[in-house]
Design a protein around this ligand. Structure first.
Ligand code: ADP
Length: 324
């Protein structure tokens, strides 16, 4: 982490040093040319003979030449400066973006290693316990439920990784007329039975027909619901509604968590982006969920946005406002 910060610092210092050096060289070049121009014209003026009948015309010509040259130097200088500033801004942004992406990829690798190993370790331990010990029915069921939860998590993670790779390569989109209400209800059933201690405010207009890919829409709904669970306190309410607005379906998933700061509202849809740092984050994750949701929404000509929920938390809205 420190090495990475140092690298960014070194790049920034070298960059600003080079930029200041180039701009100073240009300013120096401009002053030198201006001086030379003045000296040349002064010399030519001193060569003029005041008794010459065309003295005044020649003098005015020389002064006009001096002004013309100054104008050329100034406009060339401004053009070069503008060019240097725009190219350096472009390079700076590109380098910063590259470094940020690299950092996020490294974070992703760290997170995914943990996310893959934990459920496997838990499932293995639970199965070994079941194999070695004669447990009473209650404990047996508890261990089986935890194992199932962990395999579900693993399954979601695997789907997210595989589907993002497939969507990025431009493949994977089966368009079929489907009942989005039923699909959503089936996702919600899983969540409600897994998390019965939550208050679930569900309001789904039946038989909402939509052209789309059932697997992708299921992944999108699962990711939004999983985030609502993950980023809000245990026992708090989660809302899920599907209703038409101007004739087009609108999906809203809301929670009563800490919400998302305004400056992060756009960034959270970027690949691997997670709010905070790996050290300060308590919730597990990879930063792929919302990126995938946005990609799936785009592929369905839908628009995904996030707003503040009242009195607290966030509200993810997916507007399917165009026909496919
Ligand atoms: P992950 O949850 O794996 O970190 P996501 O792409 O699903 O990745 O989300 C990106 C980031 O957006 C999360 O790290 C989290 O900080 C923030 N976020 C997502 N959903 C919510 C939510 N419902 N409430 C608060 N923050 C959220």
């Amino acid at each position: 982490m420190i090495a990475k910060k140092n690298r960014l610092l070194i790049i920034t210092v070298v960059y600003w040093f080079l930029l200041v050096y180039i701009v100073s060289a240009m300013v120096w070049w401009f002053i030198a040319l201006e001086k030379q121009n003045k000296l040349m014209i002064d010399y030519k003026l001193s060569e003029l003979v005041s008794t010459d009948p065309s003295y005044n015309t020649k003098r005015l010509d020389l002064l006009a030449e001096k002004r013309r040259k100054s104008t050329i130097y100034i406009s060339e200088g401004i053009t070069f400066l503008a060019l240097i500033f725009s190219v350096s801004a472009f390079v700076y942004r590109a380098v910063r973006r590259q470094i940020t992406l690299q950092e996020q990829q490294e974070n992703f690798m760290m997170a995914i290693t943990h996310e893959l190993k934990t459920p496997i370790a838990i499932a293995k331990l639970n199965l070994e316990t079941l194999q070695k010990h004669q447990l009473d029915e209650g404990r047996r069921q508890k261990l089986l439920q935890i194992t199932l939860q962990e395999t579900n998590r693993l399954n979601n993670l695997a789907s997210n990784i595989l589907v993002s790779a497939q969507l990025e390569s431009g493949k994977y989109f089966v368009k079929e007329e489907l009942n989005f209400s039923d699909l959503l209800k089936s996702c919600l059933n899983d969540f409600v039975s897994r998390l019965p201690d939550r208050t679930w405010n569900i309001n789904i207009t039946p038989d909402t027909e939509l052209p789309g890919d059932p697997l992708l829409l299921q992944i999108m709904a699962n990711n939004l619901l999983e985030n609502a669970v993950k980023y809000s306190p245990a026992g708090s309410a989660i809302g899920c509604s599907l209703a038409p607005e101007n004739g087009y379906p609108v999906l809203v998933i809301s929670d009563e968590g800490s919400g998302i700061p305004p400056s992060e509202k756009k960034r959270i849809f970027k690949k691997f982006y997670r709010i905070g740092s790996e050290q300060t984050r308590s919730a597990k994750g990879t930063g792929l969920g919302l990126y995938l949701c946005k990609k799936i929404a785009d592929d369905h000509k839908a628009k995904i946005t996030v707003e503040n929920n009242f009195p607290s938390g966030s509200k993810f809205i997916v507007r399917f406002d165009k026909q496919l």
